[in-house]
Design a protein around this ligand. Structure first.
Ligand code: B12
Length: 377
């Protein structure tokens, strides 16, 4: 039996999805842009994005699933109003990007997409093969989303719906089922001359519109980069400790964003949104796990988040952080010791010289020694 677009959209809406579109499983029209991005190394340390097998899959979806005919792309809003801007921007707090305030979206979307795929198999009576993807798949989700009519690609590279903004997750079903009709692609872009997102980025992560250089992006560094954060970039991080919403929030279409109906994405306390930096700086493994229980932040692990909190503390320059930062000069992680040294230098200035000289004297790790030498120079 043929499934009409209206029918699958009704089912997707019944499963809680806010957007749904259907498009042929043809290669993404922005493939060339992706290949240029990889060529220029803009993926940073996210090496999986450049792996030849992953590149091949992006070029031909049948590499993922032989016989793939159709992509069903869905969007699920995560926008929530929890705290006011003053609290979110309080430099004594570490700010978490809104997409990570609730529970992990991968699970929420994947379960619903499986339910949609099951319904599709029953309703079509065709027993199509399918694959469900949320984020982790080797496909250009935003570009396929635009092709399926979900929205346009903004200069900040986000997929944006003209009447709901860009705070929605994307997921898809790749299926062997062929549809009689497909959705029209959305207009490619609606940014016009607006460039607010590009101007708002404090680390200048956009070399040009529609292109994000991960190596300068706060979101990339605070979530994906497990190594040292360039000293030159740190001051631009403000109080972000996990992800960043600046280029998204700067977009005028964000004013249309409505609070999500999805309780799973609503935070249940301020610690999931903007925890006190001192709570993070003084955390050990068990207290870190307790602080971020059931939050996607927990997956990043203590070392990474304490490193990020040191950067935020260096931007805050709050005296109450000093004892915790001094304690972190003895942390077992070199990454943490090095970033704590930077934060102390920013907070205490020359008064930190003795602490840093002592650290240099006892330090075995080359990177930490190099960091201290650069600061004292
Ligand atoms: C790697 C990755 C990141 C990296 C790199 C981001 C990037 N812009 O490339 C980092 C860690 C920085 C990141 C950050 C974020 N991410 Co992310 N990320 C991904 C992932 C896994 C792959 C993206 C990718 O392939 N990038 C390579 C670039 C080249 O491709 P692209 O982003 O699609 O960009 C396209 C446009 O630039 C377009 N293009 C190029 N030139 C031109 C010119 C014109 C005129 C036009 C119209 C288009 C155009 O072509 C490109 C190729 O399709 C996707 C999931 C997926 N599989 O797609 C999620 C995904 C893109 N991320 C998502 C989210 C929510 C975020 C954050 C908002 C999280 C946060 N708050 O911190 C930020 C947003 C930062 C930003 N502005 O992109 C969502 C986006 C949802 C949406 N509505 O757009 C996705 C789709 C995950 C999901 N399933 O929901 N992310």
């Amino acid at each position: 039996m043929t499934i009409t677009l209206a029918r699958i959209k009704r089912k997707a809406a019944a499963l809680g999805f806010n957007l749904c579109g259907v498009t042929p499983a043809t290669p993404s029209p922005t493939l060339a842009a992706y290949l240029r991005w990889i060529d220029q190394g803009m993926q940073g340390e996210m090496r999986y994005l450049a792996r030849p097998d992953r590149v091949r899959r992006r070029m031909d979806l049948r590499e993922i699933m032989p016989g793939a005919k159709t992509l069903i792309v869905v969007g699920l809003d995560y926008y929530a109003r929890y705290a006011n801007e003053a609290t979110l921007n309080d430099p004594a707090r570490g700010r978490i990007a809104a997409y990570a305030w609730g529970v992990d979206y991968h699970q929420v979307l994947a379960l619903r997409l499986e339910a949609l795929a099951e319904w599709l198999a029953d309703a079509s009576r065709a027993k199509p093969a399918h694959r469900v993807y949320v984020d982790t798949g080797a496909i250009l989700e935003r570009s396929h989303g635009q092709q399926a009519g979900l929205g346009f690609i903004g200069k900040n590279t986000m997929l944006i719906h003209p009447r709901r903004g860009g705070s929605f997750f994307i997921g898809e079903i790749i299926t062997t089922l062929e549809f009689d009709a497909y959705d029209e692609p959305h207009r490619e872009t609606m940014c016009g001359t607006c460039a607010r997102c590009l101007a708002a980025c404090p680390t200048d992560a956009f070399p040009k519109p529609y292109v994000l250089d991960s190596r300068r992006c706060i979101s990339y560094h605070t979530i994906e980069n497990r190594g040292w954060i360039d000293r030159e970039l740190r001051a631009g991080f403000g109080n972000w400790i996990f992800g960043c919403d600046i280029c998204l929030d700067a977009c005028p279409f964000q004013r249309f964003a409505e609070e999500t109906d999805e309780v799973a994405f609503l935070p249940f306390d301020l610690d999931r949104v903007a925890p006190l930096l001192t709570d993070i700086l003084m955390s050990n493994e068990p207290s870190f796990r307790a602080l971020f229980r059931r939050s996607p932040v927990a997956r990043a692990g203590r070392e990474l988040i304490v490193r990020n909190a040191c950067v935020a503390a260096g931007n805050w320059r709050g005296e109450v952080a000093i004892p915790h930062l001094i304690q972190l000069l003895f942390d077992e992680s070199a990454l943490v010791r090095g970033h704590a040294a930077w934060a102390l230098w920013r907070t205490m200035g020359l008064d930190s010289s003795k602490l840093l000289t002592d650290l240099h004297r006892r330090e075995a790790d080359e990177r930490v020694r190099g960091e201290v030498e650069a600061l004292l120079a």
